[in-house]
Design a protein around this ligand. Structure first.
Ligand code: HEC
Length: 122
């Protein structure tokens, strides 16, 4: 069995008992949806919506992060373009929830830029 399939099976069995709980316990989109991009508090949004899995520092050293193999956003080996990051936040790759309907475009774009700041520059 290859690693990807093994990972998926472990995570799916984890998901079965977690249900959608990991995402829904955090207050989603607590900020007014129509805020312009420069008014969006991306760090606060990250803590509200993303830190359960990715950790406040982006390292994904959290309970949910470990179970679901959430991306360590500080990993210098991690390569994703801005478009891929935005797309990931919108559609939710694999075990990650989709945020397209929960967050505004400005919020998603701000989070995308914020996610970039975690990555070590080497
Ligand atoms: C329920 C847990 C969970 C939550 C909540 C979550 N993620 Fe993720 N995220 C994951 C997992 C798991 C992956 C790895 C997916 C994979 O391996 O393809 C991931 C991957 C990513 C990636 C990498 C995509 C890529 O192309 O490499 C980014 C960027 C990301 N998440 C950002 C966010 C942001 C921003 C939020 C909050 C708006 C968020 N995540 C909330 C679990 C989560």
């Amino acid at each position: 069995m290859n690693k990807q399939i093994a990972r998926s099976m472990i995570a799916l069995s984890g998901l079965a008992w977690l249900g959608a709980g990991c995402a829904s316990t955090s207050p989603l989109a607590a900020q007014p949806a129509a805020l312009p991009k420069d008014k969006v508090d991306a760090p606060a949004l990250f803590v509200e919506n993303c830190a359960t899995c990715h950790g406040k520092d982006g390292r994904a050293r959290t309970f949910h992060g470990r179970i679901l193999f959430a991306q360590n956003l500080t990993d210098p080996r991690w390569h994703a373009t801005d478009i891929e990051i935005i797309d990931a936040i919108k559609t939710g790759p694999w075990a990650m929830p989709a945020f397209e309907k929960k967050l505004s475009v400005a919020e998603i774009e701000s989070l995308g830029a914020y996610v970039r700041t975690f990555k070590s520059p080497h």
